[in-house]
Design a protein around this ligand. Structure first.
Ligand code: DP6
Length: 397
């Protein structure tokens, strides 16, 4: 045995953070199950890490006897297809000399990973996008991977590739591993991104939902509508959405966002057996959004200036994209009036917004009109956030 082989090695400990993203043009269905090549391109907003993020620490060492993953304090199985695929691509694309120049690297070097989310599990938010993005980004720094990390994140969970950048990000469908990747459309410092405010309405729900991976698999097998969505509807919508973002055209952005959410859920309903992710409260929020847009933005010629757009993923939570801060505060006031539960109101306390929001309470109570009968217990809480930056290294020791 050469001296190099027996020499022990421990890498620095690298800590990174990654954001959550919420799609405005949805990914629903895979063309290739193994490599997570989607049926259609998609596009999302990257949420602000000050409010929602995954934090992951990675370290490699010859002293570790096996790979280990601790997720929110609990040891997880690393021998899943997804994690093994990610490990394999990271190792194959590593350029770090301490790794590439070690003869028995595969057997001798193991990694320890510790990952937590700063948002409660109770928030009902899928954490796989920020989780896999953070894992891949951190391992990418450690192993000095020079190739596109979004493609490796995609192997963990499709939507994770879009968390690799800040601002608004497209996942180009592509046709193979290299070409199916994320690209930034506008960054977090663009005027459009800076104006966007987001409310995540966490909806009370006892029901266990069909996981998105399984749901989309069923839709691919049985929904005819999904075929038209992928071949005709989304390609056109992607072009229009990219144009809307570049032209900072909130009206088109809002219309396209709501149309695409409706379309994805129509495909779910068209699946055999049908899948329904939205519940009564989801539908009530849709109606509040419609009434709000009409009241604030309907013009004399019946055209509309949108102030907010709704979108729903594989669950009942509503994510609302607002045109600006003022419309966000007005809608927060509406939620405050219609969902007066203690725990909901406590979530509106984020300053400086809480004080400013109070100015609109009378308006929400007396002037805002809706015909929808709201279930006052339907909302668990609300997270107010903005568009933010991509993953970053926060510590190296
Ligand atoms: C409804 O990325 O969780 O959120 O690739 O199977 O891991 P896998 O699926 P995942 O799907 C998310 C679907 C969605 C829409 C979206 O984020 O575009």
């Amino acid at each position: 045995m050469s001296q190099q082989q027996t020499h022990s090695f421990t890498s620095p400990k690298i800590t990174c953070t990654s954001p959550v993203n919420i799609a405005v043009i949805k990914y629903w269905g895979k063309e290739n199950e193994e490599e997570h090549i989607p049926l259609n391109s998609s596009l999302s907003g990257t949420l602000n890490q000050d409010d929602l993020k995954t934090i992951t620490t990675v370290q490699a060492s010859t002293d570790f006897t096996e790979d280990e993953l601790i997720l929110n304090g609990k040891k997880e199985d690393v021998n899943t297809k997804r994690i093994q695929r990610v490990f394999r691509y990271i190792r194959e694309n590593a350029t770090a000399k301490w790794y590439t120049e070690r003869p028995n690297k595969e057997q001798e070097i193991h990694v320890h990973i510790n990952s937590t989310n700063n948002f409660p599990t109770a928030a009902g938010l899928a954490s796989s996008a920020s989780g896999y993005c953070c894992l891949v980004f951190a391992l990418g720094q450690l192993f000095e991977v020079k190739s596109d990390l979004s493609t490796i994140a995609r192997l963990g969970s499709g939507s994770a590739c879009r968390s690799m950048y800040g601002g608004y990000v497209a996942w180009e469908k592509g046709h193979d591993h290299e070409s199916s990747k994320a690209v930034q459309i506008i960054d977090e410092n663009d005027e459009f991104s800076k104006q966007t405010n987001i409310l995540i309405c966490v909806v009370s729900d006892k029901q266990k939902h069909t996981p998105s991976t399984y749901g989309m698999e069923q839709s691919v097998k049985t929904s005819k509508l999904l075929k038209t969505r992928a071949s005709e509807i989304v390609p056109k919508r992607m072009e229009e959405m990219i144009k809307a973002l570049k032209e900072r055209d909130f009206n088109s952005f809002a219309k396209l966002t709501m149309d695409d959410s409706d379309c994805m859920h129509a495909c779910c309903a068209d699946t055999v057996p049908p899948i329904h992710y939205m519940n009564e409260t989801s539908n009530q929020i849709v109606q509040l959004v419609k009434d709000f847009n009409e009241q604030l933005g309907k013009k004399e010629d019946n055209t509309m200036d949108y102030h907010v757009a709704y979108t729903f993923d594989a669950g009942p939570n509503a994510v609302l994209y607002f045109k600006d801060v003022e419309s966000t505060l007005k809608f927060l006031a509406i939620l405050h009036v219609y969902y007066p539960a203690d725990e909901v109101s406590s979530f509106f306390s984020k300053e400086p917004y809480a004080t400013d929001m109070k100015k609109y309470l009378d308006w929400a109570k007396n002037e805002f009109k809706t015909t929808v009968a709201v279930d006052a217990n339907g909302l668990k809480y609300v997270i107010h956030t903005t568009i933010g930056r991509g993953p970053e290294v926060v510590d190296r020791q």
